[in-house]
Design a binder for this molecule. Structure first.
Ligand code: 5GP
Ligand code: ZN
Length: 111
């Protein structure tokens, strides 16, 4: 998707502070962090929103959560806990239409 900001990050056209990468996913720091540690985990395949997740993307969705777990562990947040969040569509607060999981940590969240 040539007009997608996160596809441009994947293509190296826009810089990002990458914290994790494998064959299927990339994770980088949010440019406007809402918590002391805030990264976005994206599939390398362009999927606009969770609504566009196809049955054949099921393993890829799992990769996103495996990456969240690995990053939380690597960064030392696994024991204290952390929050993951996905916004879907404008009403869900989604601004960038390339599906992504927010991983936020470094503070105590209220329930
Ligand atoms: P959404 O509201 O779509 O779930 O979240 C999009 C996130 O992308 C926001 O938290 C925003 O700060 C972040 N963001 C927007 N533009 C950029 C950018 O150019 N680089 C990075 N690293 N994050 C961005
Ligand atoms: Zn994209």
């Amino acid at each position: 998707m040539s007009d997608c900001l996160f596809c441009k990050i994947l293509a190296g056209e826009i810089p990002a502070d990458v914290v994790y990468e494998n064959e299927h996913v990339l994770a980088f720091k949010d440019i406007h962090p809402k918590t002391p540690f805030h990264v976005l985990i994206i599939p390398k395949k362009h999927i606009a929103t969770l609504n566009d997740l196809a049955p054949e993307d099921t393993a890829l969705a799992g990769e996103i959560f495996q990456a969240a777990k690995a990053i939380a562990d690597e960064q030392g947040f696994a024991d204290d806990g952390y929050r993951v969040q996905m916004n879907c569509g404008e009403g869900g607060g989604q601004i960038i239409f390339h599906m992504h999981l927010h991983l936020m940590a470094g503070k105590k969240f209220s329930p």
